[in-house]
Design a protein around this ligand. Structure first.
Ligand code: FAD
Ligand code: UDP
Length: 378
């Protein structure tokens, strides 16, 4: 073995694939019983509809190298992601665009008129100088739209004061003064034609790659554990950074999600793949209806049944899956301390969403793994 990779998510599998292609022998371990990390998907046992076990995953990127790389393993459908939001009993298009603005204010503003209105309503904060989610949100869309679509959704999603959350969380969402309601701004987007798992399996098809599932790096009873391996063989570690150091600098906080799946005897529940619920009196944040992710499979999916998943967000305990790094002030201090520790850890390369405590989309995880391979490991 030339390299041990801890974690079979997109970061770990990209490193494994590159290393194997360069003639290195690699072992990938994962404590879960399947590869793919959070991007794993499977057929719903009752309906056969592909569902994403750890929350819906939409692929999008503007990075040509990442797009070229991922197309070696899968083709993509022409799916374009659009999200709607039910506020006060009325459905609006997201992200905030001219359609949302005109519907919300019951008006017919032109792009320039809408811009002038939002400028007037956001005057209390300057977008360039906004230091937290609340200031940035209000600076981008003004207080009335912020209060309708963002304030309570964010409270449900993060249970953290919006003044203590980083501004970047909200900068992910575009604001447009046109009727374009594509959720992402990226050059390329789509869903893997035959599913995420088929894509992920093709990445590990090489004879130089051995995958060991249900294998925890911190379990001293299995041979490839932290004590036996570190210092002997280079390691790429994509598990949680605080866990690696036995929480010596304190625990980093994460949000987890509870998914409530329901099969319904209707052909179409909501007419679209994602409906957000930004109001405080609805306990969940959004509902996914998975059949809408693959309209091209209409002839293979049932016409009289559908599967929906309600998403509830809460703080993760040690037993839960860590999904979203909270990254509040106290987390940022701990993270700096962990970063210092990673610098002196022999031959261990920390990567991925858990290993760097960063909110990485799939294309970012793949892109940073390609860079780590090229710049540090190759
Ligand atoms: P992961 O996929 O988390 O993989 C890490 C792996 O390490 C896991 O399989 C874990 O079991 C394993 N591991 C951890 N500790 C150990 C250990 N001690 N021993 C062995 N194995 C261990 N991205 C998008 O681009 N579009 C989306 O629409 C999107 N939606 C998302 C929705 C949700 C709810 C979440 C949580 C994420 C979403 N993402 C999305 C982000 C995407 O999941 C990540 O970019 C991607 O999973 C990152 O890959 P990774 O390899 O860094 O981490
Ligand atoms: N957000 C919101 N209302 C919405 C959608 C998003 O307030 O209807 C905010 C919220 O803080 C969320 C962030 O924008 O965490 C990023 O949203 P995105 O849809 O990208 O979140 P993800 O799909 O990653 O959960």
């Amino acid at each position: 073995m030339d390299l041990l990779i801890v974690g079979a998510g997109f970061f770990g599998l990209t490193i494994a694939e590159r290393a194997a292609a360069a003639g290195r022998k690699v072992v990938v371990i994962d404590k879960r019983a399947h590869i793919g990390g959070n991007a794993y998907s499977e057929a719903d046992p009752e309906t056969g509809i592909e569902i994403h076990r750890y929350g819906a995953h939409l692929f999008h990127t503007s990075n040509p190298s990442v797009w070229e790389y991922v197309n070696r393993f899968t083709t993509f459908t022409s799916y374009t992601h659009r999200v709607y939001s039910t506020h006060d009993g009325v459905v609006y298009p997201l992200p905030i665009n001219l359609g949302t603005i005109n519907q919300f204010f019951r008006a017919a503003y032109t792009p320039d008129e809408a811009r002038a209105l939002i400028k007037q309503q956001s005057g209390e904060f300057d977008s360039e100088r906004a230091v937290n989610l609340e200031e940035k949100g209000i600076a981008l869309i003004g207080r009335p739209l912020f209060e309708a679509f963002i304030r309570d959704y964010t409270a449900k999603q993060w249970q953290t004061d919006a003044r203590d959350l980083p501004a970047e969380i909200i900068s992910r969402l575009p604001v447009r003064y046109t009727y374009d309601n594509r959720y992402f701004n990226d050059t390329w987007e789509g869903l893997p034609t035959d599913g995420y798992t088929a894509w992920l399996e093709r990445m590990v098809e090489h004879p130089n790659i051995e995958v060991r599932l249900s294998t925890d790096f911190f379990d001293a009873s299995q041979s490839l554990n932290k004590q036996s391996v570190v210092g002997q063989v280079p390691v790429v570690y994509t598990g949680a950074v605080d866990r690696y150091f036995d929480y010596s600098e304190g625990e980093l906080s994460w949000r987890t999600l509870d998914f409530e799946r329901e099969v319904l005897d209707v052909g179409d529940f909501q007419g679209t793949s994602v409906m957000n619920y930004p109001d405080a009196d609805v306990p969940y944040t959004r509902i996914h209806e998975f059949k809408h992710f693959h309209p091209e499979r209409a002839d293979r999916y049932p016409t009289d049944r559908t599967v929906i998943v309600r998403e509830y967000s809460r703080f993760a305990t040690a037993k839960d899956e860590p999904y979203y790094p909270v990254n509040a002030g106290r987390d940022r201090e701990k993270l700096l301390a962990y970063r210092e520790l990673t610098k002196i850890e022999p031959q261990v390369h920390f990567g991925g969403r858990l290993g760097t405590y960063q909110y990485l989309d799939m294309h970012m995880a793949i892109g940073s793994a390609l860079s780590m391979w090229k710049n540090q490991l190759a």
